[in-house]
Design a protein around this ligand. Structure first.
Ligand SMILES: Nc1ncnc2c1ncn2[C@@H]1O[C@H](COP(=O)(O)OP(=O)(O)OP(=O)(O)O)[C@@H](O)[C@H]1O
Ligand SMILES: [Mg+2]
Length: 264
């Protein structure tokens, strides 16, 4: 379970460029919740995920991951419990290492890195098994340098790495946005498959409202640092993109306009 209570986050506090990126945010995720996160540019989506990951000390509020109050924990300490995938496929993997070395690093997440990244035979079998599930044939290329993989293959590998040691929470920040539409869909399907199979508690940021409605069991919408919409279960399933837009504008107190670009 993830609990965020009264979380506020400023940037450049007290300066001329002060921004209140998140204001008194409360969010509670049950184990296995797959939450899609939408909102316009600058709404605070990345700040919410980064804040939970411990990238900056919160200006107010508390956070807990599982049974731990992590409010005062530094990012590296929280990392043991968090899987993350970013927009850039180059970020999550190390290009100069081969596939099995990358996976070996992922196995050590949050634990002190001892010398070397040697791979034992038993681990290798485990890696093959994990890679087989994603159906890209990477299980036969364990010794291939990751730098030779396509963006989609790297992002798929990053998904496997981020979830190999079951994280308490999986944070996906527009992790398919840099991929072509077909590959993006494959990675989304892979995400859905892994999240469901492992029952991972997940926050997935996307600018694609149709995808935000298709995937996950719950959807939240952020606007100017606040959660302005939170729908789950059947209410989410029955929502359409147009209804979602309507809800967005009604919460904002503005007339419904068919301007999707505001959210996309
Ligand atoms: N490191 C930072 N320093 C200063 N301001 C920041 C920083 N990170 C975010 N902000 C500001 O905080 C606000 C929220 O930004 P955030 O990146 O969380 O938005 P977002 O919802 O992820 O937007 P996008 O859809 O563009 O990714 C914005 O006004 C942004 O300019
Ligand atoms: Mg962002």
């Amino acid at each position: 379970m993830i609990r965020i209570a009264g979380y506020s986050q400023y940037f450049n506090r007290g300066g001329v460029n002060e921004v209140l990126a998140l204001e008194n945010v409360d969010l509670r995720l049950e184990k296995g919740d797959f939450v899609t996160v939408i909102g316009s540019n600058g709404a605070g989506k990345s700040t919410l995920l980064n804040g939970l990951a411990g990238m900056y000390p919160p200006d107010a509020g508390t956070m807990s991951i599982g049974e731990w109050d992590v409010t005062a924990w530094a990012e590296h300490r929280r990392a043991a419990h968090i899987g993350r995938v970013f927009q850039d496929p180059l970020v999550g993997t190390c290009a100069s290492l081969n596939i099995e070395q990358n996976l070996a690093l992922a196995l050590k997440r949050g634990r002190p890195r001892r010398l070397g990244i040697g791979v034992k035979r038993r681990q290798r079998d485990h890696f093959r098994e994990q890679l087989r599930t994603i159906g890209l044939g990477l299980e036969d290329r364990l010794k291939s340098s990751v730098g030779l993989l396509s963006g989609g293959q790297r992002q798929a590998l990053t998904m496997v790495m981020a979830t190999m040691v079951d994280p308490e929470v999986l944070l996906l920040d527009e992790h398919t946005a840099a991929l072509d539409p077909k590959t993006a869909l494959q990675i989304l399907e892979l995400t859905d498959q892994i999240v469901r199979a492992k029952q991972l508690t997940t926050l997935m940021v996307t600018h694609n409202m149709a995808q935000a409605l298709t995937y996950g069991n719950r959807l939240i919408m952020l606007h100017q640092g606040r959660i302005i919409l939170d729908v789950a279960g059947e209410e989410k399933t029955s929502l359409t993109v147009d209804e979602l837009l309507e809800r967005f504008y009604s919460v904002k107190g503005e007339a419904f306009a068919l301007d999707r670009s505001l959210l996309c």
